[in-house]
Design a protein. Structure first.
Length: 558
């Protein structure tokens, strides 16, 4: 633990939020004021998460001091979430598919790079691991019946929405499944789900949202439109509850649900329409284009498969194979077989992750939430199911299927591959080069040399901004977060363009310093960023000699 090592921009920004909170920043204030000071950068994250992390840092600090406490947080936080996810995986698989499946699912967590290499690696502080746990827990409640299970699923769904909206489609599908079960079998779990969600979501909202923002529309966090959606679900649940004794047939229940949904659609559609385009609905088109071109998880799986097949091999193929095998087992199950419904739900959510990835890679989290459960269920069924062939043939087929899924996970380059740039085989275009991290310039010990200079505002490429904030006392002009068009563009345009573009950003931000990573190419070899990275600067940018290479720091003097 000699050095604090975090894996990405989000992890660093979460730690900065923890530091600011412990330094006295208001509970409801999630701005990062050192990005584009003095106004700062608005973040759409939940204080509930950073408060939990701050609590861990405070506890560790009593024993080992602040610096070591932060390092411990970067180790303990993902480990704790990983263990919780393993426990939930075990419980869910055991409940739905039996002991052999649960054991296999638990073992698979060690091999799947998606889990220990992406969601829960050491140094990961972002919120996606929590989202994964909550989505899996909601799926677990679908494997049982009754209003209590539904209510727990509703509360878990509200917690997931409070943390972030990545799981919204997953949770909506869970609600649809609960609703269809009510229509088909009069399972009252939907009543519990809708009321649990409708009551809990406003509570979480109040806990993390300042009063002056209660009426604001934000498409990227729990806000007015999503509260209205959860309230609509609660209204439907109340209607179902009030009519529970009168509606005894499938037709009558379907008519009730259809009528209430039509009324809710008429009332809610205009209110929800601002966010029909997703979390980036209110983001300018130029920033959307920048996000889709420079952030790999915002791209389609088709693009990843074409341009980085090794990433697809490690990251996408296992989910597809598990989904296909689960679908095969589901088809082979007899219609009268009670577990067939559980297999159907498993296939539904696995397929949702596969299909979602072809819209945006980030949507694969929906499938990853249940992938380990699916793997355990599939191989538990294959091993236990009698086959009309020789045992040797059965063993060989199972071994081949097992190898198809796990061989990609066992390669020594697996972790590096899934974190590789999205376009490793082609020369990046000017608007996409900012996506390539300046990794040679991000070591904490290297950036700490910046503290020898008085605190200033630094113009940085996109992927150096958070690192400079984390390891120095300086402010920056760029960060990869969509709520600030200027911060997004500042990380790419002034470096991939000419000296005039850089000059404009310096004037707009009153920046004192310009930082690039030596040897990097920003856009094209002739761009101002690339020239600065080779030490070729105009007369009014003075090299700062006391900062070691590969950092290339220039003082503005004009």
């Amino acid at each position: 633990m000699d050095e604090l090592t975090l894996l990405g921009n989000d992890d660093g920004m979460w730690l900065l939020s923890v530091r600011d909170f412990l330094a006295g920043q208001d509970w409801f204030d999630m701005r990062q004021y050192r990005v584009l000071p003095p106004d700062g950068l608005s973040l759409h994250w939940s204080r509930l998460v950073s408060a939990a992390q701050a609590g861990m840092v405070t506890g560790f600090e009593w024993a080992v001091g602040r610096e070591q406490a932060e390092r411990l947080l970067s180790l303990v936080w993902p480990m704790v979430l990983y263990l919780i996810f393993a426990w939930v995986t075990l419980r869910v698989t055991l409940r739905g598919f039996g002991v052999p499946a649960a054991v296999i699912a638990l073992i698979s967590l060690w091999f799947f790079q998606s889990y220990h290499g992406r969601y829960f690696p050491l140094g990961r502080l972002d919120h996606h691991g929590l989202q994964l746990i909550l989505m899996l827990a909601v799926f677990g409640q679908l494997l049982t019946h009754g209003a209590r299970a539904g209510a727990l699923a509703g509360v878990l769904s509200a917690a997931s929405l409070a943390i972030g909206l990545e799981g919204l489609p997953f949770l909506m599908l869970a609600g649809v499944v609960f609703l269809l079960r009510y229509v088909d079998r009069k399972d009252m779990a939907f009543v519990g789900f809708s009321l649990g969600l409708g009551i809990s979501a406003p509570i979480f909202f109040v806990l993390q949202t300042p009063l002056d923002q209660w009426g604001q529309v934000y498409c990227d966090q729990l806000s007015k439109p999503y509260l209205e959606l959860s309230t609509g679900a609660a209204v439907l649940g109340i209607a179902v509850l009030l009519a529970r004794r009168r509606l005894q047939s499938v037709t009558s229940r379907a008519l009730l649900v259809g009528a209430v949904l039509m009324v809710l659609a008429f009332v809610l559609m205009p209110r929800l329409s601002p966010c029909f385009g997703g979390p980036f609905s209110d983001v300018p088109q130029e920033v959307r284009t920048l996000i889709s071109s420079m952030i790999a998880e915002s791209q389609s799986a088709w693009i990843i498969m074409q341009q980085s097949p090794e990433i697809a091999f490690v990251f996408l193929a296992p989910l597809g194979l598990v989904t296909g095998l689960a679908a095969l087992v589901w088809v082979l199950k007899g219609r009268a077989d009670q577990p067939r419904r559980q297999w159907g739900m498993l296939v539904l959510f696995l397929a949702m992750g596969c299909l979602g990835a072809f819209l945006q890679l980030r949507a694969i989290i929906w499938g990853h939430a249940v992938m380990a459960v699916g793997f355990g269920a599939v191989f538990g069924a294959l091993i236990n199911r009698p086959w009309p062939v020789y045992r040797a043939v059965k063993a060989m087929v199972i071994t081949v299927l097992f190898a198809l899924i796990f061989v990609p996970q066992l390669g020594p380059l697996g972790l590096r591959l899934i974190n590789a740039p999205a376009h490793p085989k082609e020369q990046p275009q000017p608007e996409t080069r900012g996506a390539v991290p300046d990794r040679a310039c991000t070591p904490p010990a290297l950036l700490a040399h910046l503290n020898a200079l008085p605190a200033a505002t630094v113009v940085t490429p996109m992927n150096l901004g958070t690192a400079v904030l984390l390891h120095s006392h300086h402010s920056v002009t760029a960060a990869p977060y969509h709520r600030s068009t200027q911060a997004m563009l500042n990380g790419v345009v002034p470096f991939a363009s000419d000296i005039d573009a850089l000059d404009r950003v310096i004037d707009q931000t009153n920046a004192d310093l310009v930082l690039v990573c030596g040897g990097e190419t920003y856009g094209t070899p002739g761009s101002v960023g690339s020239l600065l990275a080779m030490g070729q600067a105009p007369a009014w940018l003075i090299p700062v000699a006391q900062v070691p290479r590969p950092l290339m720091l220039f003082r503005v003097n004009k």
